[in-house]
Design a protein around this ligand. Structure first.
Ligand code: SF4
Ligand code: SF4
Length: 291
């Protein structure tokens, strides 16, 4: 089974629009949206959930009002100022609680419970391009790296049970823990970048990450015609580091048009852009097949 992850050092490069188009073009695959902090592949694929599971991770303190005597020790111990006092009643702000358990251990009345946190949901859905594994992390919740791992495991399980030979993932932007989770076990990372100083800087960071984990990296320069000078800079950087630039895609309003219609670019009447996207996917398949 092959795993291809589409990444970008930063958001807004067109990563998800391209992943959506690749999802239409790829055959015998399971699609996976690993961008659990700000998922948007569902806007293009419009999934119908067939299986939903709750996601629990970490713990948070919760004060039992019936047992609390109001001594105030928990408020003075909490370094995160997570304990609130309203009208003489003590409670914990779940968004501030870091789950350090100090108050739980030291409350003289044993009045503080420490349940697992309900952080979100994950789904297996059907789409017009086949199955999609995706998730929703509740606002303010952390542990997205763990949720990414859950999604990857589920996508592998599903691909195996359906006999699909490819997992195509929309990776997380950035270079933090969720991206590291996104890349684990990948055969190929496809980085989508844009010709801006921040696009180049973030590409370098994601490339270093792929280098560290020995994951082959191919690069797409999106909207290359908006800044030819930066495009040349990125091309030179990739050449020097041995990363293949598999496509230079022009800026094209068809991307926004498709997004507004809840479609992917390759579903709309053919344009020079969508022809390039088709060629790009072919190249990606060839590179991944060599692994
Ligand atoms: S330490 Fe325990 S008893 Fe004291 S205020 Fe906090 S919850 Fe209530
Ligand atoms: S578990 Fe830690 S962070 Fe949370 S309320 Fe208690 S002391 Fe504060």
């Amino acid at each position: 089974m092959r795993e291809i992850v589409v990444v970008s050092g930063k958001g807004g490069t067109g990563k998800t629009s391209l992943t959506g188009a690749f999802a239409q073009l790829a055959s015998e695959k399971v699609v996976c949206d690993l961008d659990v902090d700000a998922p948007d592949l569902h806007l293009l694929l419009r999934p119908q959930p067939e299986h939903t599971e709750e996601f629990f991770s970490g713990h948070a303190a919760r004060i039992d009002g019936g047992m609390c005597t109001g001594c105030g020790l928990c408020a003075s111990l909490c370094r995160y100022e997570a304990v609130r006092i309203e009208g003489g009643a003590f409670s914990v702000d779940p968004l501030r609680c870091e789950g350090c358990k100090v108050c739980v251990a030291l409350c003289p009345e044993g009045a503080i419970h420490f349940p697992e946190k309900h952080c979100g949901q994950w789904y297996i859905s059907s789409t017009r391009f086949g199955p999609l594994v995706h998730a929703r992390l509740f606002p303010g919740e952390a542990n997205s790296g763990r949720l990414v791992m859950v999604l990857k495991q589920q996508a592998r399980k599903l691909a195996k049970s359906l006999g699909r030979g490819l997992i195509l993932s929309d990776g997380t932007p950035g270079i933090g823990c969720p991206v590291i989770s996104s890349l684990s076990g990948a055969d190929l990372a496809v980085a989508v970048t844009e010709p801006t100083p921040s696009g180049r800087h973030d590409l370098e960071r994601v490339a270093d990450l792929c280098g560290h984990f020995q994951i082959r990296l191919s690069v797409i320069i999106n909207k290359f015609d908006l800044n030819p000078e930066e495009t040349e800079g990125i091309q030179a950087y990739c050449g020097a580091r041995g990363y293949e630039v598999i496509a230079r895609l022009p800026h094209d309003p068809v991307v926004t048009k498709a997004m507004v219609r809840g479609r992917v670019v390759t579903e709309l009447p053919e344009t020079a852009f969508s022809v390039e996207v088709r060629k790009t996917w072919k190249k990606i398949e060839e590179i991944a097949a060599k692994r």
